[in-house]
Ligand binder design. Structure first.
Ligand SMILES: Cc1cc2nc3c(=O)[nH]c(=O)nc-3n(C[C@H](O)[C@H](O)[C@H](O)COP(=O)(O)OP(=O)(O)OC[C@H]3O[C@@H](n4cnc5c(N)ncnc54)[C@H](O)[C@@H]3O)c2cc1C
Ligand SMILES: C[S@@+](CC[C@H](N)C(=O)[O-])C[C@H]1O[C@@H](n2cnc3c(N)ncnc32)[C@H](O)[C@@H]1O
Length: 658
């Protein structure tokens, strides 16, 4: 048992085989037939069977839902989609939920309907005790995407970056749960709607009807389901004002031809290629080496774990979403558990006083125990299988990954052409396309280029302003011994050690700021060993590490790439000098709501600066770029996307010039 009390209170009571909310004393769906009700109220109420039957072969449709609940609406929607939508079309489903149900309740509820068995299994294969934040779940090879916004609707929905075609308004009864039906929520719903978007709900409560009308929906009453005489359906009369959005962080808009060259085949480049290929893009993935994952992403083993802040920072939000996304993706992309990854858990030790304070604050925030919990020293030692000097935080779904295996799996898609041994030296515009040149001439061309070349991402004229720096790091490989086989989790503190693969433990890693060599040195092996001596002295002794000669150890050194604010850089590139002119007035007043569109360098994007946590941030970065390029709901909140945007640096420079 974890020593900090965790959220274990049941959210539902089961009455006559149906879930009832403890908090609201209300049912999740009609007692008669939840599935029939969902089909009539939300699916037919939004005209989905007819709208989907006439979608373009590669069409896209976004559903928005307030109240994910048991996943019944999601499963019923996906089932209808499979029946009527063209096989090449894509469903995007965005849902808000403050109290995600645990897997057992989802399983029990969806088990009521045998016809949903396929969808229930698919959802449960990825459903966990979901922590607060933004979560992206991909199904059917990415054709169906669920973006789950975990938090209070009033706080999370305004932060959505995306627009919805049809809304399912499904809070508990307005009289029991007025927060879900506030006028402000309807305004946000309308503000995140596409032209002609529809909505439907089972309630005809006066405040709901009036709220929807005030937000811009033309609402009508139609016959309700079962004993409910009436329900409401609505159509947005005119595009609603969604409030001012900083144009420098807006999306440039999708290109006509969905073809892209991705420069760099590490974690960032392969993740970008995979997310775009899954959406039907033709991708050329280019790297200067003769194999993919030959630089930072070439380490034999990396720890999948995040260092969270107790404050809601962009980095921390990104880390929660990214950690969960990578952990869910590893089995889906076909990696072999035990050989290429292991969700064996990560114990983050309280190695000093400030760490103790940070961890205790985090542990007191009520994260679900399936995501994070605090262990005292003996609990942590039991879980890790070796005696530890302190307690710490356990991330049970985290673990280790072989980054090159992940890169290879991400790049293995029939729409991805891999071009190796060609170093991109320059970009040339030719009509509405970019040509990528190496020393021998044009290597590839496409309307869109994504530069995912780590530190070399700023080596092009258009990106030279990006403040990148390189941080050398070295891993030490230590042969396993019988006693070290007891290690069952990854241990992290100042450094990290993972359970052995192929007879060796990876011990990492050094940080050197003014050294760009990738030579392996005995001095840095000695540093890694010294870190292990503090992190896990018993393991250090068991490994005979005090007797190991650093000069004879093997390892690997590579360069991490970091930005000046330590956040990744993901998004479109603006023209620096035209940007300064367009937004010069910000130098006098940084609060101005200027509407001038950003002067983009058309078709140029970047994905870099994943620092020392690329396993957490890079896979999701592909989804973020793809959402931007395909104009679909993003997997992260707007404020986080803005914090990662390449234009943040030129914007800050302008404002600082004041
Ligand atoms: C020692 C060490 C230990 C680490 N441990 C961990 C860990 O435990 N957990 C974790 O999450 N992260 C860890 N990291 C960080 C992680 O490895 C990086 O965040 C991640 O690999 C970055 O991926 P990337 O694709 O951005 O960069 P890279 O993997 O460096 O890929 C960039 C690619 O671009 C190519 N390229 C560059 N220029 C050009 C050009 N002009 N033309 C064509 N191709 C080009 C390069 O050849 C390279 O393949 C560690 C890093 C190091 C160095
Ligand atoms: C009627 S249930 C939704 C049923 C769901 N559509 C289904 O298919 O099972 C309402 C849901 O809204 C959630 N909810 C209630 N108030 C909320 C709020 N303020 N913000 C976000 N979610 C909320 C509840 O936790 C509950 O899961």
């Amino acid at each position: 048992m974890a020593s900090t009390p965790q959220k274990t209170t049941a959210l539902v009571d089961w009455q006559d085989g149906q879930p009832v909310s403890r908090r609201f004393g209300d049912v999740y769906f009609s007692r008669g037939s939840g599935l029939e009700e969902t089909r009539q109220v939300f699916l037919a109420g939004n005209g989905l069977p007819e709208r989907w039957a006439t979608l373009a072969p590669d069409g896209r449709f976004t559903v928005g839902e307030t109240g994910f609940g048991t996943g019944l609406s999601f499963a019923a929607t996906w089932a209808l989609w499979d029946q009527v939508a063209p096989p090449g079309a894509s469903l995007r489903y965005v849902s808000v939920e403050r109290d995600p149900l645990p897997p057992a309740d989802i399983a029990r509820t969806l088990g009521i309907w045998p016809e949903l068995a396929r969808y229930r299994e698919a959802l449960l294969a990825q459903w966990t005790e979901v922590p607060p934040g933004w979560h992206r779940l991909a199904f059917a090879g990415g054709r169906v995407l669920l973006t789950l916004l975990v938090g209070d609707v009033r706080a999370v929905l305004p932060r959505l970056d995306g627009r919805v075609d049809a809304w399912f308004l499904d809070g508990f009864a307005p009289a029991k749960n007025p927060e879900m039906w506030e006028p402000g929520v309807f305004a946000v719903v309308a503000g995140h709607s596409t032209r002609g978007a529809t909505c439907a709900t089972y309630t005809v409560a006066g405040e709901v009807r009036r709220g929807l009308e005030a937000a811009g929906f033309a609402v009508e009453k139609t016959p309700g389901f079962g004993r409910k005489r009436e329900m409401l359906r609505g159509v947005l009369r005119a595009p609603a004002r969604s409030g001012w959005r900083a144009p420098w962080f807006a999306r440039p808009g999708p290109p006509a031809d969905r073809k892209v060259v991705v420069i760099g085949a590490g974690l960032a480049g392969t993740a970008t290629a995979a997310s775009l290929a899954a959406r039907g893009w033709r991708v050329t993935l280019l790297d200067r080496h003769e194999s993919i994952a030959a630089e930072a992403s070439g380490n034999p083993q990396g720890a999948l774990y995040a260092r969270l802040s107790p404050h809601a920072t962009a980095l921390s939000e990104l880390a929660v979403s990214g950690l969960e996304y990578t952990a869910r993706s590893l089995p889906l992309v076909g990696l072999e558990r035990g050989a290429a990854f292991d969700p064996c858990g990560v114990v983050q030790l309280e190695h000093d006083e400030s760490e103790r304070v940070r961890q205790r604050r985090l542990a007191g925030q009520g994260w679900p125990a399936g995501f994070l919990s605090r262990l005292d020293r003996s609990e942590a030692s039991d879980r890790a299988g070796v005696a530890l000097p302190s307690g710490g935080l356990l991330f049970p779904r985290a673990g280790w990954v072989r980054p090159p295996a992940l890169c290879r799996a991400l790049a293995a898609h029939p729409s991805i052409e891999i071009v190796l041994g060609r170093a991109a030296l320059g970009l040339r515009r030719s009509g509405d396309r970019w040509e990528v040149h190496d020393s021998a001439g044009a290597v590839a061309s496409a309307p869109v280029i994504v530069i995912a070349a780590s530190g070399a991402s700023a080596a092009f004229g258009e990106t030279a302003h990006l403040p990148l720096r390189l941080i050398r790091g070295q891993l030490t490989l230590v042969p396993e011994v019988p006693a070290s086989r007891a290690l069952r989790t990854v241990l992290c503190g100042e450094g990290y050690i993972a359970p052995a693969i192929d007879g060796v433990h990876s011990l990492g890693a050094t940080h050197k700021f003014r050294d760009t060599s990738t030579r392996v040195t005995a001095a840095e092996h000695a540093e890694n060993l010294a870190r292990l001596a503090t992190l896990a002295p018993a393991l250090y002794r068991a490994l005979g590490a005090d007797l190991l000669d650093p000069a004879r150890l093997t390892g690997r050194a590579a360069l991490r790439c970091s930005s000046s604010d330590y956040l990744p850089i993901i998004g479109p590139i603006a023209d620096v000098s035209r940007f300064a002119t367009a937004y010069a007035r910000l130098a006098h007043d940084a609060t101005l709501e200027i509407d001038t569109p950003s002067p983009w360098v058309g078709g140029l994007y970047v994905n870099t600066a994943h620092g020392s946590r690329g396993l957490v941030t890079a896979p999701l970065s592909g989804e973020l770029l793809a959402a931007c390029l395909d104009d679909e709901p993003a997997p992260l909140a707007r404020s986080v996307i803005d914090a990662l945007h390449p234009s943040r640096f030129i914007l800050r420079r302008l404002i600082r010039a004041r």
